[in-house]
Design a protein around this ligand. Sequence first.
Ligand code: GLY
Length: 339
Amino acid sequence: MNEIKVSAERDYVVSFPSSWRPRFNELIANRSFAVIVPEPISSQIKDVVDPSRLILTSDGESQKSIDSYGSILEKLALMGLDRSSLIVGIGGGATTDLAGFVAATYLRGVDWVAIPTTVAGMVDAAIGGKTGVNLTSGKNLAGAFFSPHEVVIDTNWLSTLSDRDIRAGLAEAVKCGFISEPKILDLVTDWKRNLTEIIALSVGVKAGVVARDFKESHEREILNYGHTLGHAIEKHSGYSLRHGEAVSIGMCFAAELSVKLSGLSGSIAEKHREILQALDLPVTYSATAFDALFDLMRSDKKRGAGGLRFVTLKALGATDRATASRELLNECYLKSVGR
Ligand code: GLY
C-alpha cells in the first residue's frame, strides 16, 4: 500500500489501499467509533459498517450547517463516544469538512479519519486539516485546523461518480499542475488512464504546501489559485456550477492577470484554456457579470487591505502574488471571457 506522509501539527499518512474496507477495519479495531456519511452513500458501506455506528447526513453543502453539526455532537454523546474514540467521515469534501470539525470540537478533540469519495475530496478537501461548517453569513466561517489521523484514498469510489463530477474535481488537480507539478498537466490529457497517478501527484503537492505552511500564513495561499474569482462565480451562478467548474474559469482569469502583473508568458495562459477545455470544463462566463463578481470578490474573506490580492503565476510551477485595481481586473476579465 503506497503512502504519502503529511507533516502538520501532527504527522499522518494519506494511504492508497486497493480497497478502503480492510483499512477501515484495521483503523476501528478495538476502539469505539462513529461514521458520518451522507444518506445516499450509506447503502454502499452497509456490508462493512455496523448500522448502529452510522450518523447519516444530507447530501452536499447543506450538511455543513450549524444545526447538523450540533445534532451530530448530540448523537456522539448519546452513543457514548469518549476521548479514545474515532470519528470517520466517508463522503465528498462537505462530509470530511464536517466530520473533521465535529472531531476537532467533540470533547475538545478526538481522532478522525477521512475517507474521501470524490476527486475533489481526494486531491483537496480531505488533505490539509482545514475543517469547518458554514454560517448563514458565509461558507466555512466556523472551523478549525485539525489534521486527521489518516486519509484513506480508494479510487474505486470514483466509479460511482458522473463524468461531470470527476472532470470538475480534476480542475483542482490541474491547479496543482500549474502552481507546482507540471507533470499533472501532461497526465490529464489522458485522465481516464492516469487518474490514480494524477490524484497521488496532486496529494503530494498539497502535502508539501501544508507541511510548509499549515495555517496559511503565506505559502498555503497558492492553493487558492483561481479561487477568488471561482468562489464569486460559484455564488453568482446560484451554485449551478460545480466548485471545480467555477475554479476552471477563475484559473483562466488568474492566468490573464498573471500575464499583466507577474510576467507570465501568453502561451502558458493559453495552455490553461487548452487543458481545461480538453477536460470539458468551462473557461468563460457572462461578460456583463463583472460588476456583480467584483462585489462578491470584495466580500470574500481573502481580500487584502490595499485592494484585491490574487495568487498569480510567474511561470509554470512558480507562483507570485499581485494586487490589482478594479479597472485592471475588469480588463483581464473581459479578455479572459472572450470580449
Ligand atoms: N483548499 C485550499 C486549502 O486547503 O488550503
